[in-house]
Design a protein around this ligand. Structure first.
Ligand code: NAD
Length: 463
């Protein structure tokens, strides 16, 4: 089977490289020639653990090609994945220009019967439009099957997720498409969910909306914990033990960001609005998230009054650890807030500095060395829970800062550890009083079936 992938971003590149790793012949295309040239030379334009070695291995094996020429890309393709971006329009709707352009280009260049699968996150009804576009330009004798195959990978764990996903959704009316796409992924032994096209499109939005809801929910509980003197980590641990709830996405912090949740939640509100349904719950989720992203700068204002000239180190730029993606990251809201108040900012991130530099240019200082960031700072704000940050010894803040003040937006440090140092420390939803959970912050105990604590302490939250 020959596979083609349109788009070499976080989704398209992972899909193409991992399919090649499975042994398929894959051609990935992108309209950006600079990306194609970089990829042809074995370098990934994104940071994703494991991608470079897998990319090089499959280029060397001759199973993987990159091109900016759609004629080469779609020639002889049995299955074509559309994985181009669907960014947010100013009104919150999904911008489908790239998807429709890709569909048009695919239709024009098809030279055999093919299955077109859309991995891009698109509103309900879009795959029908994709089909129409392809049919309007394809050669008459060629048969086309379409399917919605939404993507669920997590940046930072994308390769693992490709090979060990929870499910593969195939939304199509075509028996042939289901059987062929099932066959493609069969070696992965991942459960297949076969639906109609519209349900598959909705599954993607509903999944992201639900996960975003969990995050905003726990952040609301954290806000109340702060006021009533409870500890959000004990609360999250306690409710997460309920299997109906589960422990994931219950980590309080400064909110979700990234290329998916912010735009997909807003797009779903719009999709609902288009059919005269006001999605009040999701509107509240979005509102809570905006509030969370703003709280560190508000706290800084409370503490210092004026931020004019204050030297602030922002630790973490990526929207989450193990990615260089800063789209809609909480760090952006923080940096904009600090700059608007006249602060002098230095930002640390192990991999995302080049992306931040495109936005902030010379308005802030950058470093990939955490101690350089902290040195001489009057305030540290932690925006991403990178391991490099979680493992930064607290005594370094005492040694390197003028007077150590930390606003920890990701609850990276245990209160017990912090209490051993003379640091002014604020975190999310954790009262400053010592608690059992604070002591166990990094290795919380697991309650066994017998109701005793297991001897092996395991983290409740994914790294
Ligand atoms: P991205 O912006 O990183 O990459 C998109 C790529 O498509 C770019 O390189 C762009 O140049 C290219 N492109 C645009 N038009 C093209 C065309 N006509 N032909 C070929 N290439 C073209 O986007 P992404 O983060 O990979 O996301 C892609 C889609 O997958 C989006 O709809 C997104 O919502 C969805 N998604 C993303 C993630 C994620 O974690 N990033 C996870 C699940 C789903």
């Amino acid at each position: 089977m020959k596979i083609a992938v349109a788009g070499t971003g976080y989704v398209g590149l992972i899909t193409g490289v991992c399919l090649a790793e499975m042994g398929y012949d894959v051609v990935c295309s992108d309209i950006r020639e600079d990306k194609v040239l970089l990829l042809q030379s074995g370098n990934a334009p994104i940071y994703e653990p494991g991608i470079t070695s897998m990319l090089k291995r499959n280029l060397d094996a001759g199973r993987l090609l990159f091109t900016a020429d759609p004629k080469i890309a779609y020639k002889d393709a049995d299955i074509i994945f559309i994985a181009v971006g669907t960014p947010e329009n100013p009104d919150g709707t999904a911008n489908l220009d790239h998807v429709f352009e890709a569909a048009y280009s695919i239709g024009l260049n098809l030279d055999k019967d093919s299955i077109i699968c859309t991995k891009s996150t698109v509103p309900v009804g879009t795959n029908e439009r994709i089909k129409e576009i392809i049919h309007s330009v394809k050669p008459a004798h060629i048969e086309v099957h379409t399917a919605s195959t939404p993507e669920f990978l997590r940046e930072g764990n994308a390769i693992y997720d490709f090979f060990h996903g929870d499910r593969i959704v195939i939304g199509t009316e075509s028996e042939y498409a289901v059987r062929t796409v099932e066959q493609l992924f069969l070696p992965l032994k991942i459960p297949i969910v076969n639906t109609d096209i519209r349900s598959a499109e909705m599954i993607k939005y509903a999944s992201n909306a639900f996960l975003a809801t969990k995050i905003s929910f726990i952040n609301e509980i954290a806000a109340i914990c702060d006021k009533v003197g409870a500890n959000i980590e004990e609360v999250a641990f306690g409710i997460g033990k309920d299997r109906r709830i589960g422990p994931q996405f219950l980590q309080a912090g400064i909110g979700y960001g990234g290329s998916c949740f912010p735009k997909d939640t807003k797009a779903l509100v719009q999709i609902a609005g288009d059919v005269e349904h006001q999605f009040e719950l999701l509107e509240a989720v979005i509102k809570v998230n905006s509030r969370q992203q703003a709280i560190t700068v508000q706290k800084a204002k409370e503490l210092f009054g004026s931020l004019e000239g204050l030297r602030v180190a922002v630790l973490g730029l990526a929207f989450k650890p193990d990615t260089d993606d800063i789209r809609e990251a909480a760090s952006l809201t923080i940096l904009r807030g600090l700059l608007s108040k006249g602060a002098s900012v230095i930002a640390y991130d192990p991999v995302a500095v080049p992306n931040a530099r495109i936005i902030f240019e010379n308005a802030i200082d950058y470093t990939t060395n955490i101690e350089t960031a902290i040195s001489g700072a009057e305030l540290v704000i932690i925006a991403t829970e990178w391991d490099h940050i979680k493992h930064q010894p607290l005594e370094k803040y005492v040694q390197l800062m003028k007077k150590p003040i930390i606003i920890d937006g990701r609850n990276c440090y245990s209160l017990r550890e912090v209490s051993k140092h003379s640091i002014t420390y604020y975190s999310i939803g954790r009262s400053s009083t010592q608690s059992k959970m604070a002591e166990w912050h990094h290795k919380p105990p697991i309650l066994t079936r017998e109701g005793r604590f297991d001897e092996t302490f395991t983290s409740i939250l994914p790294n």
